[in-house]
Write a protein that binds this ligand. Structure first.
Ligand code: AHM
Ligand code: MG
Length: 336
């Protein structure tokens, strides 16, 4: 039987042989993985752990928080604040950035996360996940401000997610392709299950919340309409639809077998650029998808090139199989 490779060993080898990650970043990723194990534990208890249902609070985006949103946020903060690898953290569930308390050493990295994405699926036992993004703190000044976080996604040094589904799987990139690690619950460690994850360039599967169809912009309508026409339409093939309403689960499917995922801008709240958040949802997912050979745009430009203006800013998202994402982007740019 071939030897199992743990996440720890994978990271040590990335550090030692490939020089991809400094030791502080390795520690950071190990700590995030440990926190995800804790969240997985809490998620799996469900009603038995008294963790289902809503808390009596809203986050900065005015969304009602679930108990597990808050628990996952606390787990990530408590795991990460004392190790000396971080300068500050930012989360979907916190209005402003969280500075590492003075009593702990300060590191050179910034960690951003959506502690539990897919909140609407928590209570109904459908896959949810933690999304994270790591940036380097800009040099040249002491302390950390929100501005330090406002870096384009192309400057991420690590990104990933952990999906809590039938299996708990951590998916990671440090800029050297995408690797997947499944939690071995008996051993308590993440074990490498796939390296060099690749998204096929073509697909017959799309993911979008169809109930928003009447609000979509013309290019998105055109794309989906052509898919729905199937073999008889301009695409000349039948498409399948999958929509889980957990970005983590939808992206995991795309990394596993291809597809295109869209949460585009729509006319419901035209002043909002989209529903999903750039810094801790779209950026890490876009980097993973690109590292797996796919593409990610907001319809007009590469998501990783967007210069952020606000920590919680939203963005229109089209990501997945390269040829489909490029097609939707051409429809937006009018170059088709
Ligand atoms: P959340 O971070 O509050 O959970 O919202 C993000 C989620 C994504 O996982 C998913 O793609 C989307 O919201 C689904 O939203 P909706 O059901 O409103 O279409
Ligand atoms: Mg989210």
């Amino acid at each position: 039987m071939s030897q199992k490779i743990s996440l720890t060993r994978y990271l040590v080898e990335q550090q030692r042989h490939d020089g991809h990650i400094p030791s502080q970043l390795r520690l950071l990723l190990e700590v995030v993985a440990r926190a995800c194990k804790g969240i997985s534990q809490a998620v799996s208890k469900g009603a038995l752990g008294g963790v289902l249902g809503t808390a009596d609070s809203e986050n900065v985006q005015g969304e009602v928080q679930k108990k597990l949103d808050i628990i996952a946020n606390e787990v990530l903060i408590e795991a990460n604040e004392w190790g000396g690898h971080l300068a500050a953290m930012a989360s979907e569930e916190m209005d402003s950035i969280y500075l590492v308390p003075n009593r702990y050493p300060q590191g050179e990295y910034l960690l951003l996360f959506d502690p539990l994405d897919g909140s609407s699926n928590i209570d109904v036992n459908v896959s949810i996940g933690t999304i994270f993004s790591v940036l380097r703190k800009p040099e040249g000044h002491p302390g950390v401000t929100e501005e330090d976080f406002l870096q384009a996604g192309s400057r991420q040094v690590a990104a990933g997610y952990c999906i809590y589904g039938p299996q708990t799987t951590l998916v990671l990139t440090v800029g050297d392709g995408v690797a997947m690690f499944t939690l071995d619950r008996e051993q308590g460690s993440f074990v490498l299950v796939q390296e060099n994850v690749t998204i096929p360039a073509d697909t017959k599967e799309f993911a979008i919340n169809m109930s928003n169809m009447r609000h979509w912009d013309a290019p998105v309508r055109r794309y989906i309409d052509e898919c729905l026409q199937g073999k008889e339409g301009p695409r000349g093939k039948d498409f399948n639809m999958r929509w889980i309403a957990s970005m983590v689960a939808d992206v995991h499917r795309i990394l596993t077998r291809g597809g295109v995922f869209m949460y585009p801008w729509d006319k419901r709240e035209p002043e909002k650029a989209g529903k999903l958040r750039l810094m801790y949802e779209a950026n890490p997912m876009s980097w993973l998808v690109e590292q797996a050979g796919g593409a990610a745009t907001n319809g007009r430009e590469r998501i990783l090139d967007i210069a952020p203006e606000k920590l919680h800013q939203r963005v229109s998202v089209i990501l997945g199989s390269k040829n489909e994402v490029e097609r939707v982007t051409r429809y937006h740019l009018g170059t088709d």
